[in-house]
Write a protein of this length. Structure first.
Length: 126
């Protein structure tokens, strides 16, 4: 079984989203930390714990992933981040993940980038 972040990364990469320039797992490399010319998606694991308890054991894994989006500073005038996020969440949900939380948009104080955080979860039998 792939790590939860790898599962979500595989799904996101297969979508070939034109508005996401790079998808990173666990951390953004130093060379892209302050790059405001690209839209970056950061995936981090939030849960990987036993699930489906029965007969003094567990039969599954509860998985969780935090999806952080750091939008490039100069977005195209015709690009609507909310519409893109809704479409992404619908596809993730259709792929068996639960949208646990979709946080409000914030502005990163260091880079001035608009950011978005979405939490997804899925239980999987082992």
């Amino acid at each position: 079984m792939l790590l939860p972040v790898s599962q979500v990364a595989g799904l996101v990469n297969a979508l070939k989203l034109t508005w996401v320039d790079k998808v990173y797992l666990n951390e953004i490399p130093r060379e892209d930390l302050d790059n405001t010319d690209i839209t970056v998606m950061l995936l981090q694991e939030t849960d990987s714990s036993p699930a489906y308890h029965a007969n003094s054991t567990f039969k599954g894994i509860a998985m969780g992933v935090e999806i952080q989006i750091f939008y490039k500073v100069n977005l195209a005038d015709d690009f609507n981040p909310l519409e893109a996020e809704i479409a992404l969440m619908k596809i993730i949900k259709a792929s068996g993940w639960l949208i646990v939380s979709s946080q409000h948009h914030t502005t990163d104080p260091d880079t001035n980038q608009v950011t978005k955080t979405i939490y997804v979860a899925k239980n999987e039998m082992i």
